[in-house]
Structures are given as C-alpha cells and as structure tokens.
Design a binder for this molecule. Structure first.
Ligand SMILES: C[S@@+](CC[C@H](N)C(=O)[O-])C[C@H]1O[C@@H](n2cnc3c(N)ncnc32)[C@H](O)[C@@H]1O
Ligand SMILES: Nc1nc2[nH]cc(C(=O)O)c2c(=O)[nH]1
Ligand code: SF4
Ligand SMILES: [Mg+2]
Length: 232
C-alpha cells in the first residue's frame, strides 16, 4: 500500500460510519457522527482498533454493506466526500459534529471532505496520531494523540503539535508523562491548547496516574466514556 498515492486521491477508505456520543477528549458527551478510515502504519501495541491497520483490496465492500456492519472487521468502502454526505443523509443522523478517526485519518487528504461537510453545516473533528501532514480545513478541530517510538517507526510531527486544538495523550506509566513533557518542550503547542490525559485501556493504575497528574498540572482527564457505558 502506498501512502503517497492515497494522499493524492479524494477517495477515502471508510471502515465505519455510525452515530454515537463522543467518548473522548474536549467534546466528550457531544452527539457525533463517526467516520472511521481504514489503514494505519503506526502500530501502537495497545491500539483499540487493530482491525483498521491493514487495507486490503480483498476487504473492499459496497456502501450498502458498510452501513449494515455490526462487528469490528477490516472491511472498507471506497467513498468520496459527496458519497459520505449522501450516506449521512440516508441514515437520518441528527448530530452536526463529525469525528474523523481510524486507523490514521491523516494518511488521507481530507480537504475535499471538509469542504463538502462544512458546506452542509457540519463541524469536523479529526482524531490523529500527528504522524502525517494534516490536510483539512482551517475550521476543523484537530485532536492530536501523540505517538512516539511505536513499532511502525513513525513519530509525531511538530507541525501537528502546532496545529492541534487539543492534545490527548494516552498514558499508563510515569514514563509516558515524561515523554509528553519532552515532546512539549521540543514541539510547543499554541497557547490555549487543551491537554488531556487518557488512561490506556481503562487500567486502574493508568487511571490513577492520569487523575493524579491532571490535578497536579491542571490538565484534563479523558476516560473513554463509551467504554464505561458499553456503547459504540
Ligand atoms: C484508535 S485512535 C485512531 C486515530 C489516530 N490513529 C490516533 O491514534 O489518534 C483514536 C484514539 O484512541 C486512542 N486509543 C487507542 N487505543 C487506546 C487504548 N487502548 N486506550 C486508550 N486510548 C486508546 C488513541 O491514542 C487516539 O487518541
Ligand atoms: N464513542 C466513541 N468515542 C470515541 N472517541 C474517539 C473514538 C475513536 O475510536 O477514535 C471513539 C469511539 O470509537 N467511540
Ligand atoms: S496511531 Fe491510532 S490507529 Fe494507529 S495504531 Fe496507534 S492508536 Fe491505533
Ligand atoms: Mg474507539
């Protein structure tokens, strides 16, 4: 799979389209339409969505089948921004907040999608590792969840840190806080950027660490509310 080739195309490999409550970060609790894109080379060992890592031609399905999906599978549909808007309308979703996640959504050029959805009255949010150039509209809310030293060899970029409206750092151990401190020193964020700590996989010690550090630093806690509620 060539990442450069994908970035050049306006077609998006869509793993899932569904409406739920945003369970993470600053927009926690907001009704949102989730667009999950297929493909991620970063390789976080604890990743929630490992079924989105590989994009295989054999897993390509029709949009009508995509909408019927109930389980996490690597199947995807090849859709344009207009196709996605049409599907959202057909589904009758009422949320006006669209979260683009994955997989790694910034492997794709998201500018056409942003134009189509924003013209139709939607607000966009991207969930990204910050390891690819972020190609979207100026109005998109960008959540960067920095990834450092993961098996894929990709590193968070300083231009992603500067573009971020929100940093949402996954943590389990003290060394993850130290890594974030080093990253913020090397790649400063804009004043006013919210910093959230997100415990990895609801582990009790990770959650305690995140609570303790958020209190000390006046940062924000992000607990993956959807997992506590057993919703999508
Ligand atoms: C599945 S990722 C997809 C978007 C993008 N690749 C990224 O990493 O931001 C969405 C969010 O879930 C977080 N995440 C993934 N697995 C997690 C886990 N087991 N526990 C807590 N957060 C997790 C990521 O750090 C990111 O903030
Ligand atoms: N409810 C809900 N909120 C989320 N926030 C980020 C998610 C993701 O997978 O990126 C996610 C997700 O999968 N479900
Ligand atoms: S960058 Fe995101 S999608 Fe990719 S492996 Fe890491 S958490 Fe999963
Ligand atoms: Mg998820």
């Amino acid at each position: 799979m060539s990442f450069i080739e994908q970035t050049a195309s306006n077609q998006l490999a869509v793993n899932e389209l569904f409406e739920t409550i945003q369970g993470e970060g600053v927009f926690t609790g907001v009704a949102a339409i989730f667009l999950r894109l297929q493909g991620c080379p970063v390789g976080c060992p604890w990743c929630d969505t490992q079924h989105t890592w590989d994009k295989k031609e054999a897993d390509k399905i029709a949009a009508t089948d995509l909408i019927m999906k109930t389980a996490d599978t690597p199947q995807w549909s090849d859709l344009s921004g207009e196709d996605i808007l049409a599907l959202i309308k057909t589904q009758g979703y009422t949320a006006k907040h669209v979260v683009i996640t994955g997989g790694e959504p910034c492997m794709y050029d998201l500018r056409e999608l942003a134009t189509v959805l924003e013209s139709a009255g939607y607000r966009l949010q991207i969930e990204t590792s910050g390891t690819f150039e972020i190609l979207t509209s100026a109005d998109t809310w960008v959540t960067v969840s920095p990834k450092l030293d993961m098996p894929g060899g990709f590193q968070v970029r300083c231009d992603a840190m500067t573009r971020a409206n929100e940093i949402k750092h996954p943590v389990a151990m003290e060394k993850h806080i130290e890594a974030l401190d080093e990253l913020l020193a090397r790649c400063p964020v804009q004043p006013g950027t919210t910093i959230c700590l997100q415990p990895i996989s609801q582990r009790p010690r990770a959650t305690e660490l995140a609570i303790r550090t958020c209190r000390l630093r006046n940062w924000r806690l992000s607990v993956q509310l959807h997992k506590y509620l057993s919703i999508e």
